[in-house]
Ligand binder design. Sequence first.
Ligand code: ATP
Length: 774
Amino acid sequence: AAGDPGDPAQSAGCQRGGRRRPDQPPAELWTELTGLVGLTGCSESEDGPEEGAEGRPTEVSLEEALVRLAEFLSVQLGAEESLGNPPDLTKPSDVPPLLTVTGQLLALLAWIRSPRGRQALSQGTQPASEGQCPTPAGSPSQEESPSLSPRDEAQGQNLPQLEEDQRAWQRLEQLILGQLEELKQQLELQEEELGRLRLGVGATDSEKRVQHLTLENEALKQSLSLTRDLLLHWGPGPSTRAPQEEAEALAELQSRLQEAQDTTEALQVQLGVQEVQLQGLRGALRQLQQETEQNCRRELQQMHGRLAGLRARMASLRQGCGDLRGLVSTFTQSCQCSLSEARGQVSWALGALSSGGAGTQLPEEQQGPPTGCPGRLLELKGNIRVLCRLRPGTPSSLVSSEPGPSGTVTTCYRGRQRRFRLDWVFSPEASQEEVFRELEPAVLSCLRGYSVCIFTYGQTGTGKTYSMEGPPEDPGIAPRALQSLFQEMGTGGQHRVTLSMVEIYNEAVRDLLAPGPPERLAVRQGPAGQGGIQVAGLTYWDVPNLETLHQMLSLGRSNRATAATTKNRHSSRSHALVTLTLRTASPPRGPGTAGTLHLVDLAGSERAWKAGAASTSPGDRDGAQRLREARTINRSLLALGGVMAALRARRPHVPFRDSQLTRLLQPALGPGATAVLLLQGPPICAASPQISTRPEDLGETVCSLKFAERVGQVELGPARRCRAPRSGTPSSLSTDTPLTGTPCTPTPSPGSPPSPGPESDSSSALGTQKNMPS
Ligand SMILES: Nc1ncnc2c1ncn2[C@@H]1O[C@H](COP(=O)(O)OP(=O)(O)OP(=O)(O)O)[C@@H](O)[C@H]1O
């Protein structure tokens, strides 16, 4: 219609639609076409009053079909515009074929509606324009003959005119068929493109294009079938169908159109659903990828963790292997020693028997220790043992224990569970008696010449002093040990017991049993060749009986520095060392033994700021004092840790000199000595005001447990008995590494000549109670 100057609609008198100008925008085509159809309909209703309201639907259906065609064209043009390639309608080659076909159809429609067309149709003749056929190049003449005659006039119409009409129709038919062919080709091309685009799944633009082309294809298909139907029903040739048939055909067309629209809509819906599904699938795929990635990463981390754990385990196994090797060699050496000792004893016994007869009794020191005696038991148990005692309290989920031999203490600190295995774990309800029973063999081994050190270690307020000293009604390790020793020694007077007691307060060594006020003593390395440590001016007391011993111990305890801290009202601010030397009387042949028992009550391990010592206000002298104490206590405990680490790693140099504590403990931790560490642990008990449930307390406990676990791995070499010098006085606490001082009786002042041996009058050695330093 746009390119046809002889528009049939115009020639039918519909001047309102007018000619489509080349510069007319494609969007106006819709208006133009609907206007055109409207006009046609309007003329029909005016022209055919005889058909009435009943006859109208058939005609309206045709119009509707055209209106939809026009709609489609408008949409297509709009779509092309939106894609950025609007067709240039001024160029005939650019005009979409469908547009041209629609134009032709509208022209045909206009002609059919015109009186001439009606006449021709009613006569069963071809439509004819006034001298020119409706062609693309030249459409039917604009001037329609206004004098088209009715039926009777048509009979008189001249033959050439009819022939010309006939030709025009044939041309029109050819043209439409050609255009249909063109439409078909275009459809095929688009289907091909659609197929190509379908291969490129995933690209958003391609998807849009696919959608667009699908719609276009559907529309083209519809328009093709519609055009075919129109051509079939309204095309040239004699119209042999009755109006009723035409109406039916139109209704059928309409229903097909409706069907096609429904199909399109259904397809669109399906496409939408599929798109949604596609998006869902893409999302699921992305999520799956992320999850897989996360899982892989997590597994990798776990593998790394497991690998690190395995490496650590391997390292500890290696170390354990080394320790085991050491133990085996130690055991072999010990066996060899015992064997040679036994051989010597047997040969001596045989000699004694042969010279003195059957009635001769072997001196005690020449008898091998009987099987199961404390000394042997100690050797078998290992020369460093770590025991743990938890203060009774409300059970807590943060600290738990499995009591018994090789028992465990489990802590849950900062969300991490740690399990510590120790040689023996006492249940929190364990009595003083139970604790001592486990230590008794070690204590008694001193009588056979072994050097034994028992020390209590742990956080402040956990019961170190309670375990070591205990209240009078329920005595602790020290009183029970003395009682047990004296019980074992009996009243034979074959043993001589010497006692000394020092404290290390702020790195100063003080004699707690000095006759005068406690003074600072100098600790020195012993003379070359003698080895050991010497404490100048330290007093040793010969103790004749248990009662005196208890009195002296309580005297020493009362001289000890204590103070009130936030954790403990009677906190020990110093390390206390009680040393007991037990010398057996020299038998007629062979040396006697000199066993040593060190009982060490360490000051509490604590962070300085926690002991209530962190008060640094200028006027608070007590606070400053507590702070200084806490610092020196921690420094010395650190030094003890360093010594233990060096012993554990079997380093050639052991830093005993790092603190006064380690210097004094050197004999107790030397080769052949036996050490028992009693670790005191706190209950995590809300009911106990002294011990809070704060995590830092638990952290302190974990540190203590770690320390104890490390100490348990220290190897001091096989426990060895010490021979007492044949002559002389008990000048040392351990014959291997003597801690020398000035043993004295109560009467002589410190530094006076040593008291006589056990053969001497024990009462004079001890003096009387009134002579004791007060
Ligand atoms: N097993 C126990 N049974 C009953 N009471 C205990 C027990 N252990 C400790 N206590 C009590 O806890 C309090 C603190 O104990 P103790 O003074 O022995 O602690 P400590 O570790 O020596 O402290 P510090 O290092 O400050 O000297 C004391 O009142 C003591 O009686």
